[in-house]
Design a binder for this molecule. Structure first.
Ligand code: 15L
Length: 268
């Protein structure tokens, strides 16, 4: 794989919470980062990086920005549940622009997918990464489409992608569900590093979750293939978070939590 300290890496969604964190962490490791987002970058740019403000809707600009890149970290687009029309442009059309750029450059793609692709699985299910999708909203559905796009671009064009099915990536967990789903920033960073640099991944899917004591929902994935092992554990927050649950049945019964309850109208 191209060395990210030698060959430029495009990071979409660079102004978001995860993008900002990754920009700083990867720049500190000497990665040659080209940052992009629709929104301005919040704060000073990490040293050695450049930033270009671009809408993912602008396919020509995305292609131009990706010129010469060996890796694309695709963290751009809508990152929470929103109405269909709001999700569609960035997460389907914009996604296509990012994958087309990867195809044109022969670049490795690291794709920020989400646990909301499988959110309607009950919490009693133990899932492997190739188990059936059960999206819990339009956002999760778009991430499922993204994983499908990754598979298509591998099978048809030989573009390699690691899809990171991220749980709850935050500085700290904030409710009882996140004692299971939390992904620490250091674990996210090491996962992105391995996903960008591991050889021979084809299209690989990884559960993006820390080594949480309570992580009993997600099992087999391609972590050994990319050589990634998380280290952090949400358990130290258990005393204050255990009781922090919602009063919505669909939210507490299913892995996607509150996303399952949004707009819920099933007459149970
Ligand atoms: C996600 O995919 C979202 O981007 C994030 O905002 C959280 O809601 C997270 O999932 C989660 O499931 O906790």
């Amino acid at each position: 794989m191209p060395d990210p300290t030698q060959k430029p890496v495009l990071l979409t969604g660079a102004s978001g919470t995860l993008g900002t964190m990754l920009a700083a962490a990867l720049a500190a490791k000497g990665w040659k980062l080209r940052l992009t987002d629709l929104r301005p970058f919040p704060g000073p740019l990490p040293s050695g990086t450049s930033f270009t403000r671009v809408d993912l809707a602008d396919g020509a600009m995305i292609l131009r920005l990706a010129e010469g890149c060996g890796t694309i970290l695709h963290f751009g687009g809508v990152s929470v549940e929103e109405p269909f029309e709001a999700v569609y442009g960035p997460n389907v059309r914009g996604l296509y622009h990012a994958f087309e750029a990867a195809r044109r450059e022969g670049a490795r793609m690291v794709y920020a997918s989400s646990n909301h692709t499988i959110g309607f699985h009950p919490r009693s299910d133990v899932l492997d990464a190739d188990d059936v999708f059960r999206p819990d909203g339009y956002y999760g559905l778009s991430k499922m489409y993204g994983e499908g796009m990754a598979q298509l671009y591998w099978d048809k064009h030989g573009v390699e992608t690691v899809s990171l099915r991220i749980g709850s990536a935050r500085a700290e967990p904030i409710d009882a569900r996140m004692l299971v789903t939390w992904l620490s920033y250091p674990d996210l960073t090491s996962m992105v590093e391995r996903a960008a640099t591991a050889e021979g991944v084809g299209h690989a899917v990884i559960w993006g979750v820390s080594a949480n004591t309570r992580m009993s929902w997600w099992r087999k994935d391609a972590r050994e293939l990319i050589g990634w092992a998380p280290r952090d554990d949400a358990e130290r927050w258990a005393p204050q978070l255990e009781g922090l649950v919602s009063d919505h049945q669909a939210s507490e019964a299913n892995q996607g939590g509150s996303y399952c309850a949004m707009g819920y109208s099933r007459p149970d």
